[in-house]
Design a protein around this ligand. Sequence first.
Ligand SMILES: N[C@@H](CCC(=O)N[C@@H](CS)C(=O)NCC(=O)O)C(=O)O
Length: 258
Amino acid sequence: MKRSPPRIELYYWPTIQGRGEFVRLLLEEAGADYVDVARTRGGMAAMMRFLAGERPGALPFAAPFVRVGTTVVSQSANILAFLAPRLGHVPADEALRAEANQIQLTIADLVDEAHDTHHPIAGSLYYEDQRREAKRRARNFVKERVPRYLGWLEDVLARNTVSKGQWLVGRALTYVDLSAFQVVEGLRYAFPNAMARMERKVPGLIALRDRVGGRPRIATYLASKRRLPFNQEGIFRRYPELDAPPPRRSRGRRQVRR
Ligand SMILES: N[C@@H](CCC(=O)N[C@@H](CS)C(=O)NCC(=O)O)C(=O)O
């Protein structure tokens, strides 16, 4: 009798989307047999035992990490590169796998920079203690970095002619398309004004976001309790003072040009 593959255990902080969300989206789209361990009874303690080195397998530096059978894998991009072939969400071709990884690592850079807009000095300090630096950092992020990252994703999409610009890598949806969806959602939450202006410049990426959001399994997931809402503990946080100013039309009456 053929044995079924082991259940995938995801270990991540139970109250935020954070970096774990990139993994959750893949597991959901694939309809994988998985458990979000830290969200189960006793799960946080189990996760902490791994992080303390009290469990066998490779020692993760930080969450997220997954365990599949006896294999423990951490680093979000690495987890996706490990799981996606098993779940059929990346092409078999070596060059395309490397490209998918390259895109995911670039998205991870974007995610780090998004985090640093509210914690530019240290993650262990309160936002209130680094507000001034956060403002400077966020201004640059919104003005230069977001257009650069999203413009690059737009270009990658346009160059992928085998999918007619529908997907980032190869002919069909891969895990990096799910991650691109998550990045647009996160930026919309954290920087709504900046994104209102930006989105017109990346129509292909926004269409990709809509295509992913409309996938039956993703739509079901997004409407479920498994999808945690964005909040002020995660990577994408909404501090209005870090966003671009609102578009002219919605500003106060006196500022409307006559
Ligand atoms: N590069 C890692 C970053 C992991 C990371 O920073 N995880 C955060 C939560 S999103 C964490 O738990 N950090 C604790 C720490 O760095 O000590 C990844 O992409 O997985």
